[in-house]
Structure formats: C-alpha cells, structure tokens
Design a protein around this ligand. Structure first.
Ligand SMILES: *Cc1c(COP(=O)(O)O)cnc(C)c1O
Length: 469
C-alpha cells in the first residue's frame, strides 16, 4: 500500500479541543481562559510558521504532540506570565553596580523613608514653616553643597538626563567642544555624539584620540561655542602616550574664552571623614575635586558609586545651576518624591559619617578574606546536595556600571556545577528559580560571588539550590 504523505497542517490540534481537555482546563486556576487561548494560538501559529518554512513536517508535528511539547510550551508561557516583570534578584554575579540588576541597593533606612514617602503625602514643594511654595530639590541642593563644596545643586532623573539638560541649556543651537578621546558610549545606547545631536547642539571634536591640550580648545573656539565639556571615560582607558585635558585647565579656558565649562563624572566619588577611602577606585574622579577645579557644572549619577536611588545629580556655580532650573526641560526630567526622600537620606548618611554602611560601599570595601566565610558555607551546602558539586576558588569581582573598567576586587567565590546540566542550563534554572539567583559565567564555569550578597542572600542561594535538587 502506498504511504500517504499527511498534510502537516491537518495534524495541528484545534484550539477549542485543546482548551476542553481536563488537564488544560485545570490550568484555568493559574491563568485566565482568554490568556490561555491567546497562548495556544501563539504556540500553534509558531508551529504553522515552522511548517510553512519547511522546518516541520507531519512526522515532526506528531513527535511534538506525542512528546508533550504543546503542554510544555503552554506551561512555559504561564510561568513567564506569573514570574515576569520586576522581581527581587540575588546578585551572585559579583558585579557591584550591575545596571541589568538595578545598580545600587539602598541602605535600609533609605528604603524605609522611600516606602513612607510612597505611602503618604509629604512636603514636596511647600515650605512647612512659611507655607510658601518652594523647589522640590531645595534640601537636596543644600546637602549636595555641604558635601561637595559647590554653590548650588539640582537633581534630575538620571545622569543621562543631567547631561541632556546641560547641553540643552548651554549649547542648544550652538557648539559643544569635547576632547576626541572622551566621546564615550555608556552601556544602553547612551552615545555622547548621539545625545548631543538630540539635545540640539553641534559636536566639535577637539584634539586627537590620545592627546588633547588646552591649545586645541582655543583653536576650536568660535562665536557659536556654547559649552566646553569634559567627560570621564568611565568604561575604558586610553593607555600609552596620552594627555587629557585637566578639569582645572578646562575651567581656566572657560573663564578665558567666556564659555561655560562642565565635567560629566559618570560615577562621581565621595570620600568623607569617618569613611574608608575607596582606594581601588582612585581613577574615579572625586566630586569635591571636580567642583574645586572651578568648572561651572559637574554631573554624576545617584545610583553608581554614591549608592543612592537612580538620579542625576548636578552641582556647580549658582548662576549656572539657576539657568538649568529655568530650562523647561527640567520640568520633564525632575525627580519624584520617593527618590527625593531616598536621596536626602543617603546624603545625610554621608554627612553623618555613616557612608560605609551604604551597601554599595560595603561591597566595594570587602577584602577577599571578608568573602571567605560565605563562600565556604555555600560550598559546604551545595556540594552536599544530590547532583551538585561545588568548590572554593579565588577570583575577582568588578565594580561594574562602567566604573573603573580595569579594577578587579579579589574574592573567594564558589564554582558550582551539576552532574547532568550544562553551565548555561544551571544558570538558566537559577534565574528562573525561587528565589531568583544571577550567577557569573566565566570560562565555561558557573561562579557564585559572595561580594554582592545582601543580608540573608547566602541562605537564599542555598534555598534556590535545594529547590533545584
Ligand atoms: C553612567 C554614565 C552616564 C549615564 O548615567 P546614568 O545615571 O546611567 O544615566 C553618563 N556619563 C558617564 C560618563 C557615565 O559614566
């Protein structure tokens, strides 16, 4: 008898038939029927497309149906629906300021004032003593001035916004001079040349990739020059025969040429009395020194080395800050009350000599020896679980977020593996698990780095492995 080649499309089940199956009906407890329907339609459309592309024939469809692929795909969609969106993560990747994982976790006291602010009304734009209207970031400005020595401050949504506000205020329709060696791209599509274009300023590159001198700026200056900008090359290092323009030289040029000067620090480092200096991050410019250099405006991030909520902090000369405040864009970039409350409290911790309690600094300041106990405990626990192995190795964590690209912080870490899963499979299961754990994958090994663990995270990791075992 001749074997009929079945039409693979005919083998695809009807959505309604699948939905009426008892095992699928049972899923309605986890997921609304409309969603189940749309998931099924999507999955089967995918199969149909694969047939159309010649990637799936009738034998393949049969194999999928018999192998339970449809149910697995459906469960996968439901799980994504249930676990998608923002979720708390255990950062075992050892990258202290991990943009993908939300950068700086704030101090518990900061978190608690943020929660309070979110739940309630607050004095945001009124002075509680006079009852008069004021600026929402007045107090922040005061605190920033005390910390940095600047005349005034203003805060926006993030440092990218700070740079946009800066460019738009001083150089819209005009030129911005930047050293060719400082035209950086910060992760996530923040490329200086593109940002300048969007802010409506014409970029003029000055000097060469490895050397820029004050004379180069003098030559490039013309009537259309609106801003002299220095950008900290956060995420790369030009080494060898190099010369960058110093902030104080840029400031002097600004005075000489009668043009506003600004310095985008990226991270921005504060060192205070009663706090340990972040010596390993010596390459990251200090906010106070940048202000003392005399540039008119200094910008930096809230959620990088400062260890605060996401924000863009701007300090500098009073007249320059006043102009930033007058720009209508400021209204679009301003902070919300929750962030303001958290930022104020963070800056107060610095002023109170308690900076070293801030999680970001705690993590950066840990010695290798400080990471050993957690690593050993994790090795003991994981190595004793069925199917898993773990051992202690010496490795290095990273500050992250474009801060100090060539700085490595020595740590003891856990190299973990599974008898039958690949490194990627194990990593994926840890990410999808509960609690959700992000590990570091390096040279085809899965590493758990205790440097970036918060209180209780070590036990959380053990719990996550237990759930997988
Ligand atoms: C990180 C960084 C930015 C962007 O700051 P966000 O707070 O992420 O918006 C801008 N400039 C430099 C030099 C940076 O390092």
């Amino acid at each position: 008898m001749k074997k009929e080649a079945t039409n693979p499309y005919r083998l695809l089940p009807k959505v309604d038939d699948v939905l009426s199956r008892p095992d699928v009906r049972a899923l309605e407890g986890r997921c609304a029927r409309e969603l189940l329907t749309s998931f099924l339609v999507e999955i089967l459309d995918g199969w149909r497309a694969a047939i159309g592309a010649g990637e799936l024939d009738s034998a393949g469809v049969k194999e999928r149906l018999e192998g339970g692929d449809l149910e697995r795909s459906l469960l996968g969609r439901i799980e994504c629906e249930e676990k998608g969106g923002y979720t708390r993560v255990i950062n075992a990747a050892g990258v202290v300021l991990h943009t993908g994982l939300g950068r700086a976790p704030v101090h518990p006291e900061v978190a608690s004032v943020m929660e309070e602010a979110a739940r309630s009304f607050g004095v945001l734009e009124v002075d509680r003593f006079s009852g008069r209207r004021n600026q929402r970031d007045d107090r922040l400005s005061t605190l920033l001035c005390r910390l940095s020595g600047a005349e005034a401050g203003i805060c926006v949504n993030n440092n990218a916004a700070a740079v946009v506000l800066l460019l738009s205020t001083f150089a819209a329709g005009r030129e911005t001079l930047v050293s060719r060696g400082e035209l950086v791209e910060i992760g996530g599509s923040f490329r200086m040349p593109d940002v300048m274009e969007k802010a409506g300023t014409r970029l003029v590159e000055v000097g060469t990739t490895n050397r820029t001198r004050p004379e180069d700026f003098r030559k490039a200056k013309c009537d259309a020059t609106g801003l002299l900008l220095k950008v900290h090359t956060s995420n790369f290092k030009v080494v060898g025969f190099t010369e960058e323009i110093e902030a104080k030289d840029l400031a002097a040029l600004g005075v000489e040429l009668k043009v506003t000067s600004a310095f985008d620090l990226g991270s921005g480092r504060f060192e205070c009395e009663n706090s340990m200096p972040l010596e390993m991050l010596g390459g990251e410019p200090l906010v106070r020194e940048a202000v003392e250099s005399g540039v008119d405006v200094v910008t930096f991030s809230g959620d990088k080395l400062l260890g605060a909520p996401q924000a863009g902090l701007i300090v500098g000369r009073a007249e320059a800050i006043a102009l930033l405040r007058k720009n209508p864009l400021y209204r679009a970039l301003r902070l919300d009350k929750v962030t303001i409350a958290g930022l104020e409290r963070t800056l107060e911790l610095y002023l109170d000599g308690r900076a070293d309690e801030i999680p970001t600094r705690v993590m950066l300041l840990k010695s290798a020896e400080d990471t050993r106990a957690d690593a050993e405990e994790l090795v003991r626990a994981i190595d004793s679980m069925q199917g898993f192995s773990a051992r202690l190795v010496e490795d290095a964590s990273q500050p992250g977020s474009g801060s100090a690209p060539n700085v490595f912080l020595p740590s003891f870490v856990v190299r973990a593996g599974h008898d039958s899963w690949s490194v990627d499979q194990l990593a994926a299961r840890l990410r999808a698990g509960d609690p959700c754990v992000f590990a570091r994958i390096q040279d085809d090994a899965l590493l758990l780095d205790p440097r970036t663990l918060l209180a209780d995270d070590r036990d959380g990791i053990i719990e996550a492995f237990r759930a997988l075992a």
